[in-house]
Structure formats: C-alpha cells, structure tokens
Design a protein around this ligand. Structure first.
Ligand code: BT5
Length: 249
C-alpha cells in the first residue's frame, strides 16, 4: 500500500471525506488528515470532539482482500497501530479497550471508527475507511468528557503530530499486510489480546443495542467478537457495543 496524505484545514469529518473519495474511486492508501473537524463522528451517531490543532484526525482508505466477516479486525489493526505509535514516541504504554478505544491510565486518548462503502451494485468494489482520532493537547479534552485524556496530559510533552502520524500509518500498514497473509488473522488477534487488558479476565459491563449485562471477559473469537461469561454462567458473544470496566466487586 502506497500512502498518499491529503491535508485539509477543516472538514466536517475526515471519514465522510474519505468515504466520498472512496466512492469516486480513490485508491487504497489515500489518507485524509484535517486540522479540525466540525462534525467528527463516533460510533452510533455519536460525536468526536475535534478542536482545531488539538488532535490528530485522520481517515485511511483501504480496499481489503479479506473475507467480510474479518473486517472487524481492521479496527483491531488500527488500535494496535495507535498503541504502538504512542509507545514508540513517548514513555507511556497504552491499553486497548474492546473494540475501538486506546486508553492511557484508563482514560480514552484515541477512538477509532471503521466504516465501509461500496459503489452501487458492485459488491466486489468495497472500500473501508479507518478513522482515527488521537487527543494531542489538553484542549482536545472537553470538560464534559471525564473519561478522556490527551497525550500532552499523560506525558507532559507537546506531542509531535507528524511523528505520530507517520508511526500510526507505518504500524497500520504492517498489521494490514499481515492480515492478508496466511494465519495473519490469528496472529493479529493474539497480538491484540496480548495488549488489551479487556480481552481476558476483566469484569465488565456490556451495553449492546438491546441488552445490558455484566460478566468476566474470556477471550476473543476468530472473527473478533468478545466472549463474556455472565454471572450466571452464560457465555455471551459481543460483536458490537460498549464495554466498560466494573470496579470494586
Ligand atoms: C469512537 O466512537 O471512539 C470513534 C471516534 C473516531 C474519531 C475519528 S477522528 C477521524 C475520523 N473522522 C471522524 O469523523 N471520526 C473518526 P465511540 O466509541 O462511539 O465514542 C464516542 C464517544 O467518545 C462520545 O460519545 C464521547 O463520550 C467520547 N468522546 C468524544 N470526543 C472525544 C475525544 N476527543 N476524546 C475522548 N473521548 C471523546
């Protein structure tokens, strides 16, 4: 994948711009970066707060040659890439919270939103957009986000956005390549599980579209779902939803 970075001063959402470009035929490797987003997007219609110059806001177009049911692993590849990029460029060692958050000291420093698009009636021509938001300075953390943090806050250094961008893209490219190799999905899952304290043995509360339950995490399934054993011994397979740690029980 050859990466080409397109820079914008301000966009509604880098994901929306990348999806539009992908639909117009933009190749894999096009990466949209904006200094601010006026309508940054989270999952399920939620917002990603994106003040000017305070965070890294990027969306990478990929055209994966992998089975559709493995697409959730793209989010894992991105989370690992961000975790590694932060570890390489600072002295903190982030955690990954299933499925799409990178945490430092249990606070969210990065969110990931992977979306897909296809050209009308052409199921062969699917593109995915990997959207990544990383909080750089303290200004990125709105006062009403008590569980958010920034690299500046955690490291006491002014983060270097360009270094971080390069490291995120280089690491993502490696995971993406290996995802296409034989056994690459198993390797990626193992690497993700090794760097996410949420993968195994964590007491969590899970909210999905239609239910809420508590349990202990017990690993990931082959397609990237989180397995959670509830208090009454039922095994739940979580494919989408919000997972939070339950403390003090
Ligand atoms: C996410 O959704 O965490 C995905 C965020 C993806 C953002 C990137 S930025 C570049 C690209 N272009 C876009 O438009 N989006 C992507 P979710 O797990 O649903 O979390 C959203 C929740 O995180 C919000 O409801 C807030 O509670 C919280 N939040 C919002 N802004 C935040 C910030 N800057 N830092 C930490 N938490 C934030």
């Amino acid at each position: 994948m050859q990466i080409v970075i397109l820079r914008y001063e301000s966009l509604a959402s880098t994901n929306l711009e990348a999806l539009a470009q992908a639909r117009r035929g933009a190749p894999e490797g096009v990466c949209i970066v904006a200094r601010e987003q006026t309508k940054g997007r989270g999952r399920l219609g939620r917002a990603w707060i994106s003040p000017v110059g305070a965070g890294l806001y990027l969306s990478l177009i990929v055209r994966p040659q992998i089975a559709l049911h493995k697409y959730p692993l793209l989010t894992f590849a991105a989370a690992l890439a961000v975790r590694e990029a932060i570890a390489e460029t600072s002295d903190v060692r982030p955690d990954i919270k299933y499925p799409n958050d990178v945490l430092i000291n249990n606070h969210k420093v990065c969110g990931i939103l992977a979306e897909t698009t296809e050209i009308a009636n052409d199921k062969q021509n699917i593109a995915a957009v990997i959207g990544i938001g990383i909080n750089l300075t303290r200004e990125s953390v709105a006062p009403d986000l008590p569980f958010a943090t920034s690299l500046e806050h955690e490291t006491s250094l002014k983060p270097d956005a360009e270094n971080l961008l390069r490291a995120v893209l280089a690491n993502f490219r490696l995971h993406y390549q290996s995802l296409h190799a034989e056994g690459g999905d198993t390797l990626l899952l193992a690497t993700y599980a090794a760097h996410s304290s949420f993968a195994e043995g964590k007491r969590v509360s899970v909210v999905t579209g239609d239910e809420q339950f508590e349990g202990i995490t017990c690993g990931l399934s082959g397609d990237g779902a989180l397995r959670v054993e509830t208090c009454d011994g039922e095994l739940k397979i979580v494919r989408a939803g919000d997972v939070t740690q339950v403390r003090g029980k």
